[in-house]
Ligand binder design. Structure first.
Ligand SMILES: Nc1ncnc2c1ncn2[C@@H]1O[C@H](COP(=O)(O)OP(=O)(O)OP(=O)(O)O)[C@@H](O)[C@H]1O
Ligand SMILES: [Mg+2]
Length: 218
């Protein structure tokens, strides 16, 4: 099977990695992909969300989760690439060896970045690892307020680092928080909402970027 591996990475804690992993995975699932999410973060936030999802006991749900780390990571990645068409990896907020391993295998590295200098500055290690490993990388502006200059300023600062933003942005919306609490993505929680439109755009862009190169054949 030809798989895309999307690694979500950002050294800044709370930037939106797990939120982005959940939204991308559920959108890819809705688009008909066979999706596995991998939780590499010892905090286990993604696994906790998945538990909530399973409590709904929807037997038709095809989303799979693997919680892994350490020496098992490489083995598990090799296994899921054979079984799933899309793999979304949620990583911890620091640049350890596992981060390097998941970036090395990525078809695309996605970096959530809030419109704040702190998030921009914290993006540098991820950019450096992706450049060293020769993997494509894109930024996603997250928790963007409805108005203000902060997004242009952050995008300008990212451009100085050589970072390329996606056209999709995620607004600062309660819908993302509410969907998370229910073990859902916003496309499932509020399919006609603005957040769902944002995530649909995100999904289209990621599909297009990973189609034009970088997908892995097992
Ligand atoms: N677009 C958004 N709108 C509203 N709230 C958001 C949005 N994105 C993230 N959040 C909230 O921000 C907080 C941090 O998000 P999240 O846990 O996804 O970040 P993280 O990068 O995975 O954090 P960590 O580094 O601790 O793993 C959470 O409470 C989440 O619900
Ligand atoms: Mg997280």
């Amino acid at each position: 099977m030809t798989s895309r591996i999307v690694t979500i990475a950002q050294s800044k804690g709370g930037a939106g990695k797990t939120t982005l992993a959940v939204q991308l995975a559920t959108a890819m699932l809705a688009a008909g992909e066979e999706v596995c999410v991998i939780d590499v973060d010892p905090q286990g936030s993604l696994s906790r969300w998945f538990e909530e999802r399973q409590r709904r006991r929807d037997p038709a749900d095809r989303l799979a989760l693997v919680k892994t780390g350490g020496w098992r990571l490489g083995v598990e990645l090799g296994r899921v690439v054979r079984d799933f068409s899309t793999v979304v990896v949620d990583t911890p907020p620091h640049a350890g060896t596992e981060l390097k391993a998941t970036i090395r295998e990525a078809s695309l590295v996605l970096v959530p970045c809030q419109p704040s200098p702190l998030d921009v500055w914290a993006s540098r290690p991820t950019l450096e690892i992706a450049a060293k490993e020769g993997r494509p990388i894109r930024f996603l502006m997250n928790r963007v307020p409805p108005r203000g200059r902060s997004i242009e300023e952050a995008q300008g600062a990212l451009a100085q680092l050589g970072a390329v933003p996606l056209e999709a942005v995620l607004g600062n919306r309660q819908s993302y928080v509410a969907a998370m609490a229910r073990g859902l993505g916003v496309l499932e929680h509020e399919p006609r909402g603005t957040a769902a439109q944002e995530v649909a755009q995100l999904c289209r862009e990621v599909t297009s970027i990973t189609r034009s190169g970088g997908a892995r054949t097992a």
